[in-house]
Design a protein around this ligand. Structure first.
Ligand code: NDP
Length: 281
């Protein structure tokens, strides 16, 4: 029987309705959730991402502040703006769209954002909170993957989860979230010699490599749940993920499509973190 699709669009819609209801309750108390998005320079893809984030905020009833600066903005000026937003009570979340122009140190910028407003969850302190199992903001993409996995109804306790990829924004936090949910976790990466050896033992595989066909049907245990984070293009220019969707859907129990799986969840979890930040103030 072919795998069941995990529909990221439908789950996003459901969660966004819940977020909008929470936002409305806060607004009624005079505490409308506010997200500030800063974009520096004119990278076209970044502008599309920012537009989608701003629209997501508006649809959820948030106050949305978009600050757009030319590519020659100085690092000092950007840090000054972040300090002002840290102090602004109307703003509960601050996001600086990456990548930044080369003369600006992204680490300095991320660390300048107050941990209370770090709704991207990228700062060292937020990463430490996740590591230590403390309340904090989880990076949006792995947080969204957890919601997709939960939506299958699986109990992760005692299950073996394999994460392919170890970036700070996806792979590592993904592994920690799975560990927190009591899965037994293996992390694989480009220096893993025989990927299939690990993935064939997995009840859940999360692929986050940015390489097409990292995972093929022969590498998947029958009945496994497969979450595909990757965003790639095939020879025809069509959007595809990291896994061989056509082959794996004949073996897995559940699989996320690309597009329509993990992608829509990322902004949803940004909104979730922002409403949470407002509730905590
Ligand atoms: P990075 O390039 O930062 O990390 C990729 C990871 O994959 C690295 O840890 C790398 O290993 C590992 N890797 C690369 N090739 C292989 C291989 N052949 N076998 C095993 N491991 C491998 O990417 P990100 O984590 O930022 O993103 C991963 C993918 O997810 C990208 O396609 C990105 O576009 C997508 N993405 C999608 C999002 C969404 O909203 N849907 C959001 C964020 C990312 P090593 O560390 O050894 O180099």
């Amino acid at each position: 029987m072919p795998a069941q699709l995990i529909d990221g669009i439908a789950l996003s819609q459901k969660l966004r309705a819940e977020i909008a209801a929470r936002a409305a309750a806060l607004t009624a108390l005079g505490k409308q959730p506010g997200l500030a998005v800063i974009i520096v320079g004119d990278d076209p893809a970044s502008h599309v991402y920012v537009r989608n984030k701003v629209k997501g905020c508006e649809d959820a009833g948030f106050y949305s502040l978009k600050e757009q600066y030319p590519a020659d903005l100085s690092e000092a000026a950007l840090l000054e703006r972040i300090a002002a937003l840290n102090a602004d009570p109307a703003i509960h979340g601050i996001l600086v769209q990456m990548p930044l122009p080369k003369h600006i140190d992204p680490h300095k910028v991320i660390e300048a954002i107050s941990t209370k407003k770090d709704v991207d969850g990228y700062s060292v302190l937020s990463a430490g909170e996740l590591m230590a199992g403390l309340d904090g903001f989880r990076p949006c993409t792995p947080y969204g993957c957890m919601k997709l996995i939960e939506s299958t109804g699986v109990d992760l306790r005692g299950k073996h989860a394999v994460v392919i990829g170890r970036s700070n924004t996806v792979g590592k936090p993904m592994a920690l979230l799975l560990l927190q949910a009591n899965a037994t976790v293996t992390i694989c990466h480009s220096a893993t010699p025989d990927l299939g050896l690990y993935t064939r033992q997995a009840d859940i595989v999360v692929a986050a490599t940015g390489r097409r066909n990292t995972l093929t049907a022969d590498m998947v245990k029958p009945g496994a749940i497969v979450i595909d984070v990757g965003i790639n293009r095939d020879e025809a220019g069509k959007l595809c993920g990291d896994v061989d969707f056509a082959g794996i859907k004949e073996v897995a129990s559940h699989i996320t499509p690309v597009p329509g799986g993990v992608g829509p969840m990322t902004i949803t979890m940004l909104l979730m973190n922002t409403v949470e930040a407002a509730e905590r103030t």
